[in-house]
Design a protein around this ligand. Structure first.
Ligand code: SF4
Ligand code: SF4
Length: 272
């Protein structure tokens, strides 16, 4: 079967330079390979996941973008499971465009999946093959990005609440299961390597320097007209300290194994 080629334009908070995307598009055109340009895969996965159905439906595709682990989990966020479709991931920064000529893909023509939102698609995705459902990220984040479901599984529930360029929760995850696809550094971006483990003091310092969380909270409070509990900020601060402390061994009782398989026998959580 001829594969369908998708290329991510990485339009907002760029991880991949526009020149790089252009170079790959030119190679596709030169080889008369039809492709679909997804203007911003990360953003579309959250704002218009139904626009990505073509990837799910085609069964065999090639996706040109950033790190394969990041793209796989961005697609998971959009409801596309690797058990249901075969996708070859290519990293436009690492792989050589000439590999394109070896792919048996649809001839000519191009389509566009536009991204028309203002929101810069900066948010975390969770690698569930690593996540132990410890809930540290949930307890750490002040902005309500994470939520736990009835089975004890932590989800990225409100990605657009995530503070631009703040990857702090990734450093609290003991399993290195949190990926920020648009982070400039590996392995936070889903690439190779070991995440530097910061001491409690270093982490707190980084948060204070990089995330003006208290100002943001105050602004939100003003905008929404909702008043927070008197000592909520202090409580949140204490939670963060607790979260990064060495002694915290708290585990949730319910784990992924508790989640029942669906009727098709697939245990990945999809509806295939
Ligand atoms: S970070 Fe990766 S998946 Fe996200 S928009 Fe950029 S290239 Fe696409
Ligand atoms: S901190 Fe990491 S391992 Fe714990 S629930 Fe969050 S993503 Fe999963």
């Amino acid at each position: 079967m001829k594969k369908k080629v998708f290329i991510c334009g990485c339009k907002t908070e760029r991880k991949i330079a526009s020149e790089t995307v252009e170079k790959w598009e030119n190679t596709l055109i030169k080889n008369n390979i039809g492709y679909t340009l997804i203007e911003d895969l990360c953003g579309t996965a959250v704002k218009n996941p139904q626009d990505l159905l073509a990837i799910k439906e085609h069964k065999e595709s090639v996706l040109l973008g950033c790190n394969s682990r990041a793209m796989e989990h961005v697609l998971f966020k959009a409801g596309i499971r690797m058990c249901c479709t075969e996708i070859e991931f290519l990293n436009m920064e690492i792989d050589h465009p000439d590999v394109i000529s070896e792919i048996s893909a649809k001839d000519g023509g191009s389509n566009l999946i536009p991204y028309k939102h203002e929101w810069k698609s900066w948010y975390p995705v969770i690698d569930y093959s690593k996540c132990s459902a410890c809930q540290k990220c949930l307890n750490f984040c002040l902005f309500g990005v994470y939520k736990v479901d009835e089975y004890g599984i932590v989800h990225v529930d409100q990605p657009s609440n995530c503070k631009d360029m703040c990857p702090a929760c990734a450093r609290t995850c003991p399993e290195q299961a949190i990926i920020f696809p648009k982070h400039p550094e590996s392995p936070i971006d889903g690439g190779e390597g070991q995440l530097e483990v910061l001491s409690q003091n270093d982490l707190m310092e980084q948060i204070q320097q990089n995330a003006d969380v208290y100002k943001i909270l105050a602004d939100r409070r003003k905008q929404s007209g909702v008043s927070l509990l008197k000592d909520q900020e202090k409580i949140a601060d204490a939670e963060r300290s607790c979260c990064v402390s060495k002694n915290e061994n708290q585990k949730v009782e319910k784990t992924k194994e508790d989640k029942p398989e669906n009727s098709s026998g697939c245990s990945c959580g999809c509806n295939c």
